[in-house]
Design a protein around this ligand. Sequence first.
Ligand code: NAD
Ligand code: IPM
Ligand code: MN
Length: 376
Amino acid sequence: MSKKVLVLPGDHVGPEVMEQALRVLDVVQEATGTKFELKHDLCGGCSIDKHGKSVTDEVVKLSTDWADAIFFGSAGGPEWGHSWPNPELGLLTLRKATAAFANLRPCTFVSKSLTHLSPLKTEIVEGVDFMLVRENCGGAYFGPKLEDNDSAQDTWLYTRPEVERCAHIAAALALQHDPPLQVTSSDKANVLASGRLWRRVVSEVFEKHYPQLTLKHQLADSLAMIMIKNPRAFNGVIVTDNTFGDLLSDEAGGLTGTLGVLPSASLCDIPAKDKPVKGIYEPIHGSAPDISGKGIVNPAAQILSLAMMLRFSFVMYKEADAIEAAVAKVIDDKSKGGLEIRTGDIGGKAGTKEMGDAICSVLKEMLGGSSNGAAH
Ligand code: NAD
Ligand code: IPM
Ligand code: MN
């Protein structure tokens, strides 16, 4: 099986966290004898500076025709302003071109020792564990747009197949657990026509194909409120449209107290055991210009995005689990056998490289060090 990865670090902290994640990938290659073919390129403000556009046709072609996975850092920054087109358009172009329609954004504590970072009381937030599936290629982001000086319009458009594939992916993720997880679908069916389509189609898919699964509907505004009052109510899978998913996944970042440990995977197909699926892997956080260049950004979200890439695009489950365990061990309290090496956002003083070093060395130990493993 080929293992071609297009590496797009992007802007500001993107290259800083990518450097650490690629060191972790080196540890995996060394320990397992697996070879990845990497191509490095530009997307975001760095591409605007060099080529005058946020992503070139060549990079789009590499992502659609060459790559098995795209490993993305972050795009954007104040120096490129909010005028359109902007650096962020490069990322949106890649999501659409590769049809990476399902953005999986897990919300859980990578280590229990981080529960206290939440602004919520521990008894409210402990044990929260849900996977938010955000529709990634439609809705207000991608419908036809009109814009002039005095008026502007985004079209919040969905078609039946776009909603159906999200319903199927939510069900597939729920069915990966025994017993299966509950699924909560979120929309504004009380106001938006696209929300009524969303609710009708999700219900039909579940009635027809997954009668054994529990499906609940929750309006997106009240879901945002309950996510603070009783976030465990959504343990399982949440499936929602592009705009609501963007907002709710940052809210989920607020629950855990930092965006620095939250990864994501945008999948181009429905995952199944031992079936590699193409995807774009990136942290939920952005380019964090306020802390870039200081060597203090938390690399965990990028490294955990690598774990998602190994799991979904390369069916390397053991290595993906080991990376997650290594990150947890580095962060964990000493009293729990951890190293307590943490960046500032998670209550420590370590730098980006120090955390990367520690994760690499723990992972090396876990995977057995030298390249005597069977090639994948
Ligand atoms: P942000 O996620 O970059 O930062 C929000 C806050 O969280 C900042 O205080 C930042 O320092 C902190 N933070 C984020 N990641 C961190 C990490 N790994 N370790 C420690 N602290 C971390 O959001 P923003 O400031 O609203 O956006 C900055 C730029 O990034 C904007 O141009 C935005 O459009 C872009 N953006 C890009 C992506 C992407 O490329 N996937 C995602 C979100 C935002
Ligand atoms: C995200 C970001 C992007 C989005 C931006 C940078 C285009 O906020 O990945 O959550 O809105 O999808
Ligand atoms: Mn966002």
